[in-house]
Design a protein around this ligand. Structure first.
Ligand SMILES: [Zn+2]
Length: 356
């Protein structure tokens, strides 16, 4: 892809794919940065990568050459003046706010600037007022980069003190092109891109996941298995749920390894300071997100099947449109942590059967 803005700023931004607009804005900001930026956009669309690149560019004497010591350390997440804070609990606590303030007030270790990336700040909840003062008026040497998937009411005031950049979900076509560039087989890249709902990170996981095609097919075959009976729906829902469960297997085994490493540390050094709660909460959050992503993927596959039927003129158009609306509502409802079985039953009961 042609890049016309790279002439002065170098290539610290080379890893930010498919978000040219954001990259151009951040490159421009490097020249005279303000005290705080908000990168607002869904997980996996590139906000994190953009924050890392921006950190490197702010710390690099050449505005982000991509190869000097500052750039290399910052891009690897190891620059002493390029810090990322990730809250571990479900929501930020006072301890999180205290730690962020401490980091913000600390002088830079090496140069005259420090960049503090605050990840997942949509989970700020009650910590907003504690952080407001520091984020709106940090020491002159500190630049904040606030990341958030969404903008909850608790984050609005802080957001108003930041230069806000919206990081949109990546179009499926862009994700597909990136995956193919990275060496994925074109048919797998197309499926993964379609299933990734705007997230390059999730698309990369799916491309490496041999079960993704099978899962796509299972969802796509649902309409022909419906017969208007609750019994058929119950059977299908059970199958879909165990499939979602099985899809989390690689993630679950990685988590089990982390948990047993923790048990070894506890056996050697004791429970105190072991970080058990943070680890367990992190794992639960990760699994919840994985399940929600899988269900979103399934619902998107189902919706695609009904839209194809509409275009082809097969099936009852009125019932299909009503069914598509039910699928949309279910997908939106996923953010509220619903009972999965009930959610799937409710939506499948509203879907008309389709011929094979
Ligand atoms: Zn550099």
């Amino acid at each position: 892809m042609a890049d016309t803005t790279a002439s002065t700023a170098g290539d610290a931004f080379a890893g930010v794919l498919g978000q040219d607009r954001i990259v151009a804005d951040l490159r421009a900001a490097v020249v005279a940065p303000v005290h705080a930026y908000l990168l607002l956009g869904p997980a996996g669309a590139g906000a994190r990568a953009a924050a890392v690149a921006f950190t490197a560019a702010l710390l690099c004497p050449d505005g982000g050459c991509g190869h000097c010591r500052d750039c290399r350390l910052a891009l690897a997440g190891e620059h002493p003046d390029g810090l990322t804070y990730v809250p571990q609990g479900a929501f930020l606590q006072r301890a999180d706010a205290d730690e962020i303030i401490r980091l913000a007030l600390r002088s830079p270790n090496e140069g005259n600037r420090k960049v503090l990336v605050l990840a997942d700040m949509h989970r700020i909840q009650n910590a907003g007022p504690m952080l407001l003062k520091t984020i709106e008026e940090p020491p002159e040497s500190t630049v904040f980069v606030v990341l958030a998937d969404t903008l909850p009411p608790e984050l609005v005031t802080i957001a108003s003190r930041c230069v806000r950049l919206n990081v949109p979900p990546l179009p499926a076509a862009t994700i597909e092109r990136i995956l193919v560039d990275e060496g994925a087989a074109p048919d797998l890249a197309a499926v993964a891109a379609g299933a990734a709902v705007g997230s390059l990170e999730r698309a990369r996981l799916l491309v490496a996941d041999p079960g993704v095609l099978r899962r796509r097919d299972a969802w796509a075959h649902v309409p022909r298995r419906l017969d208007g009976s609750g019994a058929a729906v119950a059977v299908i829902v059970e199958e879909l749920r165990s499939m979602v469960e099985a899809a989390a297997e690689p993630l679950a085994s990685r988590q089990a390894a982390e948990a047993s490493a923790l048990e070894e540390r506890v056996a050697a050094y004791g429970e105190r300071g072991s970080g058990r709660r943070r680890l367990e909460e992190g794992h639960r959050r990760e699994l919840r997100r994985h399940r929600a992503d899988e269900l979103r993927f399934g619902l998107a596959t189902l919706a695609g099947r009904y839209r194809d039927a509409l275009v082809a003129g097969s099936g009852d158009a009125v019932a299909i449109v009503a069914g598509l609306r039910a699928i949309d509502r279910a997908a939106e409802g996923l953010v509220r942590n619903p009972n999965e079985a009930l959610l799937l039953q409710a939506v499948l009961l509203r879907l008309p059967p389709l011929p094979a």
